[in-house]
Design a protein around this ligand. Structure first.
Ligand SMILES: Cc1ncc(C[n+]2csc(CCOP(=O)(O)OP(=O)(O)O)c2C)c(N)n1
Length: 321
């Protein structure tokens, strides 16, 4: 990774964290109803967004995200103002017209399929876009994400089965971001297997793990497995080990976990870049402060925008033809 890329990733991490912390504050100050998002997953989710190929149609990648992929969306080019619009339920929210929870992205021009609030259903849909991509030709792939607890759902297995049927193996990159918890249930109480990735063996597919708190490891692993899925037109199951810095959601308080109890990937990356003399802590803190102010400004602007009206209630449910 060259210097420019390393610093670009740090900048995206700062934007992502400041955006999420703005959304959390909104959930506590009645500027939004409910928060859940991805602080702790930035070191993995940003490389994912940078390496993906968003665009419209079968020549590009398809994305079936869960609700912790805000950093991925930012790396793909999302304006953080749009996420604030969704949190603030404004008609200008491009994902749902102000009707859905935050971090429930949907973007037709980028093949970002609407995020569902029911967990794991995205794994059923993903093999469908991958099959269409395989029939179409080219090297577009389908990327689908979920958490560790979601793998206890039947939909997890149905998705893996569809993507590995003999003669119909499909180009899906299945990603589990394992933060060690469901809402409150710890991993050890739910799963008998040490690694979730190894479940890929039962479906005859390639699989692997990565430290999702390590930017360079994540970037390299994603490069490798994306190249495999693009070329071989077969699925891959990747488990990324990540952290959860604000608990499950605003329903569980959305408070920062005690200092040092979980690794903060931004701090880890910053220390590395300071050691390489690419940035100073003072410069980082300046950038962070400026980004906090930018988010506050974005919210002030968003609050002037119109709210959805009753007659838009049925919009964005079915595609108009
Ligand atoms: C089908 C379904 N069952 C239960 C829920 C309630 N629920 C929301 S998030 C969640 C935990 C998901 O944990 P995990 O898959 O590990 O993802 P994480 O939130 O930790 O990233 C549950 C059980 C739901 N939304 N949908």
């Amino acid at each position: 990774m060259d210097k420019a890329l390393k610093l670009k990733i740090l900048d995206l991490m700062i934007t992502s964290r400041c955006m999420e912390e703005r959304l959390i504050k909104m959930s506590k100050s009645a500027d939004g109803f409910f928060w859940l998002g991805g602080p702790g997953e930035e070191a993995f989710n940003i490389p994912l967004g940078l390496l993906a190929r968003p665009g419209q149609g079968l020549d590009y990648d398809y994305f079936h995200f869960h609700y912790r992929n805000g950093a991925t969306m930012l790396a793909m080019g999302m304006d953080p103002k749009d996420e604030i619009r969704q949190m603030n339920n404004r008609a200008t929210d491009p994902f749902s017209g102000g009707r859905n929870f935050c971090n429930h992205y949907a973007r037709y021009e980028w093949n970002v399929v609407p995020v569902t609030s029911t967990i794991q259903t995205q794994w059923l849909v993903a093999p469908g876009t991958a099959r269409a991509q395989k029939r179409h030709g080219g090297d577009g792939i389908t990327i689908v994400t979920c958490g560790d607890a979601g793998t206890a759902e039947g939909d997890f297995h149905i998705g893996l089965n569809w993507a590995t049927q003999p003669g119909h193996e499909s180009p899906v990159l299945f990603i589990i971001t394992n933060n060690q918890y469901g809402i409150s249930t710890p991993y050890e109480q739910v799963h008998g297997t040490r690694t979730l990735a190894s479940m890929g063996a039962g479906y005859g597919m390639e699989y692997g793990e990565v430290d999702g708190t390590d930017v360079e490891a994540s970037y390299a692993k994603l490069q490798e497995v994306m190249a495999y899925v693009r070329k071989e037109r077969k699925p891959f199951l990747l488990e990324a080990h990540v952290t959860r810095l604000y608990g499950h959601s605003s329903s569980s308080g959305a408070n920062r976990v005690p200092e040092g109890s979980e690794q903060d990937p931004i701090e880890t990356w910053l220390k590395k870049l300071i050691k390489q003399k690419l940035i100073t802590r003072e410069a980082y803190e300046e950038k962070f402060k400026a980004e906090v102010q930018r988010m506050n400004q974005l919210l002030a602007e968003v609050k002037q925008e119109p709210e959805p009206t009753g007659d838009s209630i049925y919009q964005h449910i079915f595609k108009e033809v």
